[in-house]
Design a protein around this ligand. Sequence first.
Ligand SMILES: *Cc1c(COP(=O)(O)O)cnc(C)c1O
Length: 437
Amino acid sequence: MNPNSICSNLSVAADGRTLLFAGHSATQLVEKYGSGLYVMDEARIRKNARVYVDAMREFFGEGSCPLFASKACSFTRMYKIVEQEGMGVDVVSCGELYTAKNAGFPMEKIYFHGNLKTDEDLRYAIGCGVGCIIADCREEVDAIDRIAEELGVRQRMMLRLTPGVDPHTYEAVATGKVDCKFGFAIENGMALEIFLHTLKKEHVDLCGFHCHVGSMVFDSDVYIRTAQIMLDFIAQVHTDYGFVTRELDIGGGYGVRYLADDPTIDIRANIAQVADEMKRMTAERNIPMPLVHMEPGRSIVADAGVTLYTVGAVKTIPGYKTYVCVDGGMGDNPRYALYRSPYTVVAADKLHEECDMLCDLAGRCCESGDVLQEGIYLPHSLERGDLVAVLTTGAYNYSMASNYNRYPRFPVIMVDGENDYVAVRRESFADIVLNDQ
Ligand SMILES: *Cc1c(COP(=O)(O)O)cnc(C)c1O
């Protein structure tokens, strides 16, 4: 299989067998940095970011800006890269907020999400001068108002609404349905009620509304339906209460190609289409066009990452199945265990060989469920010491990593043109016991 069919930053070396990622040999990366390894392609991250930044500026106008959903991939260097590319960020915890702040990210371009922020979280965020907090429950609206008063500020805020759009995506990543745990439903009046409640608060500046219907969206129809419901609500509060919505955040996130069969989407053309429809809809409703934000996470980083593993064993259970066991697993990529996420797996030093062995790719955690992929084909000749690459792992892999079984977390190696550098160093055993008393 030609890995190039997944993403243009993947190719085969002149030897016909070695995977090149952004021109860097998988074998050499492992020789230099050890195994297993997350490798990320800085140029690809920048390119992906620029598509959104340019298209949003062009089609929605100056001030409309994509926010990198940093839960997809959160570490210091990432915040610097997306900042340089002109994105804002959204954070969903104070840990992410701290990382962004520590990276020097401009506070006014940070949007703070999450369905439950404690008083402590809010005090930290408001104290830091976070740009905007997206409130997800009534308790939060009250707490933001109270803490902003304590700190002597007026906090910019949005309300997270649920438009009731089912994005036809995986259940676990669908978040726009009325019965999901996030936000205030428009359909049953909860949104209007919290809007009126918020208007009474003196220490919050309600700048607009946010929604996020889910991930892995492949067609603009989902955003257009979402925008329509949000704009109906915005028109209603405009007509009935004279409220001008300055910002509308329509959430993330376009899909990416995990498998060669996944669709390719033209994000620029999609944004143009959504912008056109939204301009038409605001004109129709006689309301001013708000600043629009989108929150891509996955589509900024997913195809800018691969994970490299070393095969430790190929275990065949006659009459049943074959396991290819590697030096990683659910600790570095829990997504298959969590929601059966598909990935493309290649033999990174045997690309010339036919993939004729049906197998499961297993990790080394003490859990039967520690499987990275099932029912895939790899070469028969695979043996201890060979390299395996799981493709499209730039999103929700490093950021979801754990120390389960006390395995140190993999480093993140960034490649950039000819260069390669450590963006996150490999954890040591000393790191593992760092907090133990
Ligand atoms: C996760 C999330 C996103 C990003 O979704 P992607 O699929 O990674 O693009 C955006 N907004 C919110 C509120 C999210 O929770």
